[in-house]
Ligand binder design. Structure first.
Ligand SMILES: Cc1cc2nc3c(=O)[nH]c(=O)nc-3n(C[C@H](O)[C@H](O)[C@H](O)COP(=O)(O)OP(=O)(O)OC[C@H]3O[C@@H](n4cnc5c(N)ncnc54)[C@H](O)[C@@H]3O)c2cc1C
Length: 297
């Protein structure tokens, strides 16, 4: 049950250096606060008791959506709704736009940030599967410097990432093949797509020039392993194969049997999750096959 908020100090630095200075002065007894949709719940549940919140949402370095040299840069403090609605994201990465459109209700989406969704490291984070298939990388900054980490190497366990006294400032998406296509499917409790998912699946593919065989195949799964994961067995089953019904079925079976490693929790049992991975992967691959066939006509 949610209690009342404990006392804490609140700081709103206007630069990243100021944020690090506060972290140092408060000896790490702080919580970074972006949209606060996770932090406020954790405070009310008594799971988080920092001396201070450091609100990073107004730091310009964490804002903005920019396309340069083919790479799309999404500021970590941009709201998921703003990213979903961005014309450049809708045009270049509709897969991501679609996924973020149903990340929570409108109220949640207007507060929740992309950086918070990733840094929180929930296996069910909606932004993770599409960003994994888009081969995103993250810019992590600390007082000592900065590094770039592939999203695939970022998550360690539920609630754990490689972040080490660092701030995630930016998500970078390299240019995707122009003919690439993607789809995101999310199964929410009681059929509500805006809720935290039971299973999610993102698939991004390209085909050969004649649209006869699968080429660059990338599949990622959410909420069926300790972290969001690429479904490598399923991907290998499609790679270079003719586009057709049998390949979709086999890839879906492998995704459920070899790539997913679900647990039972309040949202669903392990066996239900496994079955739904199979259904959603097959559905996604079938839909992309149909789209590719239609675009070849
Ligand atoms: C009612 C409700 C419905 C929800 N529905 C969904 C859903 O459908 N799909 C979904 O994926 N999620 C959902 N969520 C979860 C949540 O909204 C998201 O995870 C959100 O994106 C978190 O972002 P935030 O900015 O609010 O993070 P915050 O709460 O501000 O922070 C979350 C964590 O990340 C850290 N952090 C934040 N930003 C950074 C940064 N830039 N660098 C380093 N660390 C950082 C914070 O210190 C904290 O530990 C829901 C939450 C609620 C309350």
């Amino acid at each position: 049950m949610l209690g009342s908020l404990p006392p804490f100090d609140y700081h709103q630095p206007s630069t990243i250096e100021e944020a690090f200075d506060l972290m140092r002065r408060l000896d790490g007894n702080v919580s970074l606060y972006a949209g606060g949709t996770e932090v406020l719940v954790a405070l009310k549940e008594g799971k988080l008791k920092p001396q201070a919140l450091i609100d990073i949402k107004r730091i310009p370095e964490l804002g903005g959506i920019q396309a340069d040299n083919g790479t799309l840069r999404l500021g970590a403090a941009v709201s998921t709704r703003a990213i979903s609605r961005s014309p450049v994201v809708r045009e270049r990465f509709p897969l991501l736009s679609e996924a973020l459109k149903i990340l929570g209700s409108m109220q949640i989406g207007n507060r929740a940030t992309l950086g918070g969704n990733l840094a929180n490291a929930s296996p069910a984070a909606d932004s993770a599967p599409p960003l994994l298939t888009l081969q995103a990388s993250l810019r992590l900054v600390s007082p000592k410097g900065e590094r770039s980490v592939a999203l695939e190497d970022f998550f360690l366990a539920p609630g754990k990432t490689v972040l080490d006294q660092e701030i995630l400032t930016e998500v970078r998406i390299p240019s995707a093949p122009a003919q690439g296509r993607g789809v995101f499917y999310k199964l929410g409790p009681r059929g509500a797509p805006e809720d935290i998912c039971i299973v999610s699946v993102a698939v991004f593919v390209t085909a050969d020039a004649q649209r006869k065989s699968w080429q660059d195949v990338r599949i990622a799964l959410g909420a069926v392993a300790p972290t969001p994961v690429r479904a490598r067995h399923a991907e290998a089953a499609l790679q270079g194969q003719p586009i057709g019904d049998k390949t979709a079925k086999e890839a879906a079976r492998l995704a459920a049997e070899k790539d997913a490693n679900p647990i039972t929790d309040i949202r669903g049992s392990a066996s239900y999750r496994g079955a739904m991975v199979q259904v959603l992967v097959e559905r996604a691959v079938d839909r992309l096959a149909r789209d590719l066939r239609e675009s070849a006509r």
